[in-house]
Design a binder for this molecule. Structure first.
Ligand SMILES: [Zn+2]
Length: 468
């Protein structure tokens, strides 16, 4: 039987990762992510392009919502197979999917009440995309795997998960399919991490494969060196402490929050910053940090693994976890410099908004950005230099210092993507550039063709390709 690959998401855009491999009479879905770009969000709500009950297995690269966020809907609509992923990914996905479902329920309820008040009906039904019960049902199907150990999917199909170095538990998945002379391999890159990153090992390198899907989020950009992060953080903390302001850090709950704690712990240990109170104001980030503590074996350096086992790697005197909203609000009353790490990472929701309200007009405070700020978000307005911003319905003048550290990115840049592909000593039959904005993916594809002479394409949404 001819094998076929269909691009059902993250094709000429960044989110909604979803690829279908049909081979040996089975259908294997790699990732089942939520679309986060506004113009594609309708695809979250529509029916799946193939009936979920005809899919045999799901292979999940990692726990970011744009890779796993539609699994509860897939299961509600009939999928009953196994969802294979690493143990750490399963543990983090549990936290992330339950939180996403909870937010979906809250949003639907909020919309319903608003429409009732306004006496109108919205264009869509006021129902959640999926519920907490749906998310729980999907968690029963998770089947944890180990890095490097081939998993038997069915006769003639085997999947092996390799470390991607992107976030804890993240994988690149190599699938071997077909029989005898017709045996082929395909690598799904998932999101590719940095080389020489702070905590996780470098992405796994492959020297041979027939097909590759390579992500291209930053296929047109070069990042700052991760080694500069300690210097940058120390400089910002020291200057803000001197001015007696606060340091407000919008952060993603997965990987970024833990990396910030890791750098603070290092700097304190080296005496490069003064002891200050640091509040991790995100119960989700705190739960994910616990998963890191259970998986010290996944860290890159022996010294870090030891510190992790002793509990010191993501902890230090002065660090407090904030659980309730009331505790969060009470932080406003503290006099003297404190650091608050809170979500959402792009300031488009969550507790960070309250802390911005209290600090954005104080010239002695610093708003420290550590992650990508998408167009249209409050975070993007602030780093673009807006002098006035609207937060929670009120206008505020921006007087705080605005700082940004670029070295934190969890994605490989253009050179690192090329370095990853350069491991291949034999030309693959074809490379598919995915998971990047259309122009970025095109540009990176052209660059690859020029450098290697390999067969490279940038697939469209819904495109089907026969794998011979
Ligand atoms: Zn990711």
């Amino acid at each position: 039987m001819q094998s076929k690959l269909t691009f059902l998401g993250a094709a000429r855009n960044v989110t909604g990762s979803r690829y279908l491999l049909e081979t040996c009479d089975v259908k294997v879905l790699v990732d089942c992510g939520l679309y986060q770009e506004r113009q594609f969000s309708g695809r979250n709500w529509g029916p799946f392009p193939i009936p979920p009950n005809t899919i045999n297995s799901v292979l999940l690269t990692h726990a970011h919502v744009d890779h796993c966020g539609l699994l509860p809907k897939l299961v509600r609509e009939g999928f009953r197979g196994k969802i294979y992923c690493t143990t750490a990914t399963a543990e983090i996905a549990k936290i992330i999917l339950l939180d996403a479902a909870h937010l979906q329920e809250e949003d639907a309820e909020f919309k319903k009440r608003r429409h009732e008040r306004e006496g109108r009906k919205g264009p869509h039904l006021e129902i959640p995309l999926y519920t907490v019960a749906d998310a729980k049902a999907s968690l029963h199907l998770f089947s944890p795997v180990e890095y490097g150990k081939p998993v038997h999917i069915c006769d003639g199909v085997e999947a092996t998960f390799h470390n991607a170095g992107h976030v804890l538990g993240s994988s690149m998945i190599q699938v071997a399919f077909g029989q005898g002379n017709e045996k082929r391999t395909i690598i799904f890159s998932g999101d590719i991490g940095r080389f020489n990153g702070a905590i996780l090992p470098d992405p796994n390198i492959f020297n041979k494969t027939d097909y590759v899907l390579v992500e291209s989020t930053y296929g047109d950009r070069l990042h700052e060196d991760a080694a500069s992060i300690d210097d940058n953080v120390a400089e910002i903390v020291n200057s803000t402490c001197k001015g007696r302001g606060n340091i407000i850090v919008p952060s993603f709950a997965l990987q970024r929050a833990q990396e910030i704690l890791y750098h603070l712990s290092n700097l304190l240990g080296q005496g490069r910053i003064p002891h200050l109170m640091v509040f991790l104001d995100s119960p989700m980030a705190a739960s994910i940090t616990e998963v890191f503590r259970h998986h010290c074996e996944l860290l890159d350096h022996e010294a870090d693994r030891q510190l992790c086992l002793s509990g010191a790697l993501f902890d230090f005197p002065g660090l407090k976890i904030v659980q309730t909203i009331d505790e969060s609000k009470a932080l406003n009353n503290i006099v003297g410099t404190i650091m608050i790490i809170a979500g959402a990472g792009m300031c488009n929701g969550g507790r960070i908004k309250h802390h911005l309200v209290n600090n954005i007009s104080r010239p002695e405070s610093t708003i420290l950005f550590t992650g990508y700020q998408a167009a249209g978000t409050l975070g993007r307005q602030i780093i673009d230099g807006a002098t006035k911003v609207r937060i929670l319905g009120q206008q505020y003048t921006v007087r705080a210092k605005i700082a940004q550290i670029h070295g934190f990115s969890a994605h490989a840049d253009k050179d690192e993507l090329f370095r990853w592909l350069s491991g291949l000593v034999v030309a693959p039959k074809r490379i598919f550039v995915t998971h990047g904005e259309s122009e970025v993916a095109e540009k990176f594809g052209e660059f690859l063709k020029e450098k290697t002479g390999w067969e490279v394409s940038v697939p469209e949404y819904g495109e089907e390709v026969l794998l011979d």
